[in-house]
Design a protein around this ligand. Structure first.
Ligand code: AMP
Ligand code: ZN
Length: 306
């Protein structure tokens, strides 16, 4: 198969785009697609500083690589949640360090055990009925937001790709979880002084496309899933959507992008579903819908009761 742009031997065929590209053209095409997404959704401008949340996985490291290649001032943030099985956290942190060192890029590390006294698996075990994965998500969201606000970053970028977003959309649609559907957006504005703008520049790229990008760029990332495999249900939905995609190339993208369009045009949800009243946590000052302490601060209170 030949590259549609230059006629050289293609390394990837994307049936969903009816596009085959050689290595050089592919490595140009990906950042162009990300740049268009950033502009179309008004994520951030060239003179704004961006914080990229990096897990050591292929998506977030590739995102960081792409933003640096596009000339953005992008710093990294690694949150060490303390997953010790197979040294998962140690290995992923090392991938981030190596990536940053090779590019002379700056990144911060939040070490949860050092700051709060417990790792995520430890604090989750103390709180009955709370899964490790939901605790990990809560902690990461809180800490990412804190560091992005304290560092005066214009936006906080995560490496969610189209497959991640389509799987979440599928799950939310199955449950008609209107609150979650209302908040599932490529950009969440900073609707409070202590809330960072959240952006997902990879939403127009398939997981397979990101894996190909990381491979062709020689980005060394952590291959393993987290041993607590949040993934069981998300991975199952991804698999279902891939079966659909196999039968009908582009179905995954149509499902997600037409949702975004309907959302933009207000065809999806009443405005009321989007508006939530935000107060401030009496301990950390971050916005919360709960009275008194935010969910993150309540987590550490649990520790003291036991
Ligand atoms: P996940 O929920 O693990 O699929 O991760 C989604 C996104 O969150 C990743 O693409 C990263 O941008 C970010 N992320 C996940 N884990 C971490 C971490 N330990 N530190 C910083 N960012 C993270
Ligand atoms: Zn708080």
């Amino acid at each position: 198969m030949k590259c549609k742009k230059c006629g050289a031997t293609a390394v990837i065929n994307m049936r969903q785009h009816k596009l085959a590209l050689c290595q050089d053209c592919y490595l140009e095409w990906v950042p162009e697609r990300v740049q268009r997404t950033i502009e179309k959704s008004h994520m951030f401008s060239p003179n704004e500083r961006v914080m990229v949340a990096v897990s050591g996985g292929k998506d977030s490291l590739s995102l960081w690589d792409i933003l640096l290649r596009l000339g953005y001032e992008a710093d990294g943030l690694y949150i060490k949640v303390g997953v010790l099985d197979g040294d998962y956290s140690e290995i992923s942190q090392r991938k981030v360090e190596q990536f940053a060192a090779a590019r002379g890029a700056h990144f911060d590390v939040v070490d949860l055990a050092a700051e709060c006294g417990l790792t995520v698996p430890q604090v989750a075990r103390l709180k009955r009925g709370r899964s490790i994965c939901s605790t990990c998500g809560l902690v990461k969201r809180h800490e990412m937001n804190r560091v992005a606000c304290d560092g005066d970053y214009a936006a906080l970028a995560t490496g969610h790709n189209l497959d991640d977003e389509a799987a979440v959309l599928f799950q939310n649609a199955l449950n008609w979880a209107t609150g979650y559907l209302a908040r599932q957006a490529p950009v969440l504005p900073a609707s409070h002084p202590r809330l960072a703008r959240k952006v997902k520049p990879l939403i127009r790229l398939y997981e397979r496309e990101m894996a190909a990008y990381a491979l062709l760029r020689g980005i060394d990332y952590i291959y393993q899933e987290c041993p607590y495999a949040k993934g069981a249900t998300t991975l199952f939905y991804k698999d279902l959507l891939n079966q659909l995609e196999e039968r009908s190339p582009g179905a995954k993208q149509r499902f997600y992008l037409s949702f975004l369009q309907a959302r933009r045009e207000g065809r999806l949800l009443p405005a009321a579903a989007r508006d939530v009243d935000l107060g401030e946590c009496t301990r950390c000052g971050q916005p919360t819908t709960a009275p008194g302490l935010c969910a993150f601060c309540r987590l550490w209170d649990t520790k003291k009761k036991h």
